[in-house]
Design a protein around this ligand. Sequence first.
Ligand code: UT7
Length: 342
Amino acid sequence: MQPDSRPGGRTTCGVKILGVGSAVPEGILTNHDLEQLMDTNDEWIVQRTGVRERRIMPPGQLRPTTTLSVEALRNALDDAQLKPTDLDLIVIGTVSSEMACPSTACLVAAEVGATPAAAMDVSAACCGYVYSLNMAESLVACGRYRRIAVLGCDIMTILQDYTDRGRNTCILFGDAAGCVIIGPSDDLSLGCMAQLMYADGSDWDLLYIPRKLTDLPDDVKPEDVKLGCLQMRGREVFKFAVSKFADIIAATLEKADVGIEEIAMVVAHQSNRRILDSARKRFGMPEEKMYVNIDYYGNSSSGSTGLCFDQVWRSGKVKRGDKVLFVAFGGGMTWASSLWQL
Ligand code: UT7
């Protein structure tokens, strides 16, 4: 590799995908299973969300986020034909870290044998994978790090209230992990062409996971909430998502001076099928250019974008040289994009 030398030992280079992987649990939780737990029905869930079933870790699984992340990372290392010790850094976007300390990334690095690679979690809700990808790409592009594993993993099923009280939220979510390993390239055209990351904490109470009663917003009654479970103001989140998804796609294309017709695939966080359809229609995109797997995996928060990318990569729906647009929004509130030349 012959990077451009910059003052202070910094360099710039292209960034290429070295390997991709994902992991989902074998267990399946269908809409019909949910009908047994609460007052809901398959028709309502499919119509409002597009979800038919979602993957679920076995209840009681020890360290579920670490377990699924390790599997996704091993698959990506195999794909890249790299050893764990080839990694300089492991970043995991997650809101379901096992503990506040250590990070899940540290546990994953130790389990796969990547020590002493740096390791950290990124908390950006459903944007975790895209935020992590943007930061990792920038670190490789400036020459500081050579091989970074970026993961998004969430075990959302342990954060749900599977009763009538939680029925407007739990029906959406499932468990998944996605991983991509990136590294430097001589080809300066490869890598991220434009990235955007935003947050607005003033709307935090649209989507949050309270640990204690004092975390609750003033207008929420304790009896309406199960602590430790995701709380969501669905309608408000829906409106936020529809507007931010379309705005950030437009702004990213403009920043990179790329037309929507040049994009081979939009790989979006699987929030709700109606949100994805609305963004796709706004840009007049054909269905096959926005990947959707929410029907069978649900919304797996940080896991969903990486899972989708692994599926489109492995199935040959995208190839080297293609332009792919990653886009996500989530709790925080956060929203982010990353436009790549693969
Ligand atoms: O990645 C995280 C980001 N989160 C999202 O993307 C979520 C965005 N929001 C949504 O996807 C939708 O708001 C939901 C799918 C969560 C809810 O759909 P909605 O069309 O906004 O429904 P709603 O909350 O306005 O409720 C409509 C009706 C209500 O009944 P009434 O008051 O009209 O009689 C609810 O009580 O549907 C009822 N309802 C249900 N009915 C059957 C709420 N949840 C359920 C349910 N089954 N599970």
